[in-house]
Design a protein around this ligand. Structure first.
Ligand code: GDP
Ligand code: GDP
Length: 436
């Protein structure tokens, strides 16, 4: 089931990003060492008292060139649309400002729960400053200090108390997938083409299919799918939907709530920076991935075009070498019928379990073929490997000295595992553990 979403809103400088970083800790999305991916502080996963949730800093989603009031209005609306609970942040230092009141006006109009937090209460003397904020009409304000990490526990207690009851679980065997990619690559067109086919039965749960956030459907073989964030893909025509950071945030959220990500690229335009960011996140999050090159009808082709485009993608996304590539056209429906089976396949590989004895045969053969590295007369010894998790498949390798497992040797072992078993479409995680 999707995690609850908490959004932080408030005028600039009240401390939103400070609080965001405090709550997210080191769980901030997007790790720097994936090429082309920068650390982005708008979306993160976090946990309080065992309850997982996603966190959005709406202050990080700016609308290009919009005036101040427009910015904070849009940010408050994003919070209302996206969040299950809103943390409305104000500052004890400046007291209640006009901009705070403006934000409050927008939040009144929503029925989402709002928890009011007064930041910059750095010491007990400042606690008396919080009484002014009752006038905002959101009940008891929670005094906090992002700078000193004070009061956050009480604030988070109040936040998780307001989480909605979790909904029903998916039926067993259901595959959750999302379509990610820049605006205009053709995600909605693919969705419409997939759902429009007679082979597909769409079960419309909440409201009309068009508005449903997630869409359930069954293909002709009876396989059940949930398409995550269908509504986000289909656009509602709001101003902020055209901003890059909003669409990135939305994609990160959709990836988190899926097993498989269809990473859609515009075959006519090629790859852009923004493509790399969401793909890097899906990879880091350990999701199964299919690369979908759309608008293939618009590409002038000869006998080599597909091969050349494939090489271009492999060069741009070296870390996605496991992801299958499919060339489609939402317009002509070319090869779209392959998508359900591909999703099914990579999902199966994502959950594949390898018996330890079979795995160790592969590892020992690999070592016999290409001896482990040595350093100063000391050699890396690999004793044993075992699979400890699926989604993604995760292997622990017991060795004499984990520091001696170089990246290149780990990559070699991974490749040998991939040669022996079908892990197409899924990342593999390898962890080295010391054993004497
Ligand atoms: P945002 O614009 O709402 O995201 O605000 P920032 O997180 O960027 O913070 C704005 C300024 O307030 C920065 O200079 C922070 O260092 C400062 N700040 C944030 N939290 C606190 C706090 O708890 N106490 C004090 N004194 N300053 C803070
Ligand atoms: P999204 O923003 O990623 O959801 O992209 P849309 O599905 O809205 O598509 C953007 C534009 O590209 C629209 O004008 C579509 O009609 C067009 N488009 C989408 N897929 C294809 C395709 O396969 N071929 C062609 N020629 N146009 C396409």
């Amino acid at each position: 089931m999707p995690k609850p979403v908490v959004a932080i809103v408030g005028r600039p400088n009240v401390g939103k990003s400070t609080i965001f970083n405090r709550i997210a800790g080191d769980r901030i999305s997007i790790v720097e060492d994936t090429p082309g991916v920068t650390r982005d502080r708008i979306y993160a996963n976090s946990e309080w008292l065992g309850q997982q949730f996603s966190l959005i800093d709406t202050g990080g989603i700016d609308i290009d060139d919009a005036p101040f009031i427009k910015q904070i209005t849009e940010q408050a609306e994003i919070a209302i649309d996206e969040a299950d609970v809103i943390v409305y942040l104000v500052s004890a230092k400046e007291g209640v400002t006009d901009a705070d009141e403006h934000v409050a006006q927008i939040l009144y109009r929503s029925d989402k729960p709002v928890v009011l937090a007064v930041n910059k209460v750095d010491n007990p003397e400042l606690r008396s400053e919080i009484y002014d904020f009752y006038s905002l009409g959101f009940g008891d304000p929670y005094p906090i200090s992002g700078a000193h990490g004070l009061g956050l526990g009480d604030l988070l207690d109040a936040v998780i108390k307001n989480f909605p009851e979790s909904g029903e679980d998916d039926e067993p065997g259901t595959i959750r997938f999302s379509l990610i990619g820049r605006p205009n690559v053709g995600k909605s067109s693919i969705v419409n083409a997939l759902l429009g086919e007679d082979r597909v039965i769409v079960s419309d749960v909440a409201g009309t299919t068009r508005d449903a956030i997630d869409t359930k459907f069954t293909d002709k073989e009876g396989n059940r799918f949930v398409m995550v964030d269908t509504a986000g893909i289909r656009k509602k025509g709001k101003v902020y939907e055209n901003t890059e950071r909003y669409s990135v945030m939305r994609a990160l959220k959709a990836i988190d709530n899926s097993d498989v990500a269809l990473f859609v690229i515009n075959g006519e335009e090629g790859i852009r920076e923004q493509d790399k960011r969401v793909a890097g996140y899906a990879h880091e999050a350990g999701k199964a991935i299919v690369i979908v090159v759309n608008k293939w009808d618009l590409v002038k082709k000869d006998n080599h075009t597909m091969q050349e485009f494939e090489q271009y993608i492999r060069d741009q996304f070296v870390y996605l070498s496991y992801a299958p590539i499919v060339f489609v056209s939402a317009k002509t429906s070319q090869r779209l019928e392959q998508l359900p089976a591909l999703i099914q396949k990579v999902n199966m590989n994502h959950s594949r379990r390898i018996q330890s004895s079979v795995l160790n045969d592969v590892i020992m053969d690999a070592i016999a073929m290409n001896p482990t590295p040595s350093d100063n007369g000391k050699r890396l010894r690999v004793y044993y490997a075992t699979q400890v998790a699926i989604q993604p498949p995760t292997f622990v390798v017991f060795v004499n000295d984990p520091d001696m497992m170089h990246f290149s040797y780990e990559r070699f072992l991974e490749n040998q595992i991939r040669n022996a078993f079908d892990f197409t479409g899924t990342p593999i995680h390898m962890i080295e553990r010391r054993r004497k």
